[in-house]
Design a protein. Structure first.
Length: 463
């Protein structure tokens, strides 16, 4: 009887609850796996067990938590395991979580080329614990399994658990770590930027990593996308007059970047302006919100753009926090004096770009007339929440006063700093979604093109 059969039999014979509770305590307190579950085996036997589970035809999803992820180079057993994980990914999903070390990066790069998503965990104590687990989800929940292993020196102490209950416990822990972790492509891009300075050095470093990790063109393109946005476009301002389509464009761009694995955060000054309005109307803060006038349906107007300055500064603070935790921050606002508004963001402007979207006045007015989604309030315990919509109501008087005429785009074009950083989109036709999608693609390509090593990825376009 194999070690896995022995463990399975002991679980089935009556200690399943104790086993699960023991694992749950470990997950909460980061204790070692209970010794009752483990016995020492050779690594080849442990890998054989992982391979056996990985090659099952009924496995539809696999989550791997591997602080000591191993490269397949010179290791036929690991190569077969990687091939099996790739097969699972083709018919379902394979996700691999590991550490930011040279060995793990090299092993992760091999999986990346097989379209398996690899992320790097931020926690630094995984390596010292040397604990890994593989969660195999089968079409039949009762046939699902978990293989856990505690590595000590040259010894492996694995165990196998069967059934839906242990799978749920380990899957829950995996999901928490997965959400906190960064994609492998992003980590490699961050390494490159951290090691070099000038653009030519970045391209040289990328080429060295490509050679060292033996990356194919598709993997390089994934890294280039993260590299380009991290280095020169971590902030994107989306500006234009009300009704031009800023919010729609922001959502479309965020979705496109998210699909490519780029972490984004979307910010708009409307929520901060609305907070200031509430402070004024409810007299919560005499220093905040003067100069607003409220209308039915949750709409409001500011006396002039100076009234909106506190909201813009609050937005700038939020943006500064966002760039420290997200690859790309999308910032939306409408102002007639764009240069003055962008001046509030001096601390983050070096890696910023601007998308200016425009539309004829009548088109914008027609769109604004359809904006009838009022704020929604809800109460829970002693807290009142207000949910705002991107399609908020704007009084017609605001269009005639605050946003009359152009929004100083000509001054922005002529700016020595911003002029070369502006990407313009004409959104004059309603329902022309394909045009906006095309423009979003062109914008992404304009960021990526300067970072792509054409010799090795010739003809590949950005996502």
């Amino acid at each position: 009887m194999s070690w896995s059969d022995t463990v399975t039999a002991s679980v089935v014979s009556g200690v399943a609850l104790a086993v699960i509770l023991g694992i749950l305590r470990w997950l909460r307190g980061r204790w070692h796996v209970p010794r009752v579950l483990v016995r020492r085996v050779y690594r080849s036997r442990y890998l054989s067990a992982v391979l056996s589970e990985s090659e099952r035809d009924d496995v539809r999803a696999l989550d791997v938590f591997a602080p000591r992820l191993t490269s397949a180079k010179g290791n036929a057993a690991v190569g077969r395991i990687q091939a099996a994980w790739t097969d699972i990914n083709r018919r379902g999903q394979t996700r691999v979580l590991t550490l930011d070390s040279d060995n793990c990066i090299a092993a992760g790069a091999e999986l990346l080329q097989n379209d398996v998503e690899v992320r790097i965990a931020p926690r630094h104590d995984l390596d010292s614990e040397s604990l890994s687990y593989h969660v195999f989800e089968a079409a039949d929940d009762d046939a699902s399994t978990v293989i856990i292993n505690r590595h000590e020196g040259l010894a492996n102490h694995p165990a196998k658990l069967n059934g839906a209950a242990p799978v749920q416990i380990f899957r829950r822990d995996f999901e928490v770590e997965w959400e906190r972790s960064a994609r492998l492509e992003s980590v490699i891009a961050e390494r490159i930027i951290g090691e070099v300075g000038a653009r030519q050095d970045i391209l040289g470093s990328l080429d060295r990593i490509r050679t060292r990790l033996k990356l194919d063109s598709r993997s390089v393109e994934k890294i280039v996308l993260h590299l380009a946005f991290r280095d020169s476009c971590s902030v994107i301002f989306i500006v234009g007059q009300p009704g031009a389509g800023k919010s729609y464009l922001r959502r479309q761009l965020a979705a496109r970047l998210a699909a490519a694995g780029i972490e984004t955060r979307e910010l708009t000054d409307y929520v901060y302006a609305y907070r200031d309005l509430l402070c004024a109307v409810l007299k919560l803060d005499t220093q905040r919100g003067s100069g607003f006038k409220a209308y039915e349906g949750g709409a409001f107007i500011a006396r002039d753009e100076g009234v909106l300055t506190p909201a813009l500064r609050a937005l700038a603070l939020a943006a500064g926090e966002s760039v420290r935790t997200n690859e790309v921050t999308l910032i939306e606002f409408a102002r007639t004096d764009l240069l003055a508004a962008l001046g509030e963001f001096d601390e983050i402007r070096q890696r910023a770009r601007v998308i200016h979207i425009s539309a004829p006045e009548q088109v914008r007015l027609n769109r604004l007339s359809r904006r009838v989604i009022a704020p929604q309030t809800s109460i829970r315990d002693n807290a009142i929440s207000v949910k705002l919509s991107d399609n908020h109501l704007l009084p017609s008087s605001a269009e005639r006063t605050l946003y009359a005429g152009n929004d100083s785009i000509n001054m922005l074009r002529a700016s020595s700093f911003w002029g070369s950083r502006v990407f313009e989109i004409d959104n004059g036709l309603d329902g022309n979604d394909s045009h906006l999608q095309e423009k979003v693609g062109e914008f992404i390509e304009s960021i990526v093109a300067g970072y792509r090593p054409t010799a090795c990825v010739r003809g590949v376009k950005a996502a």
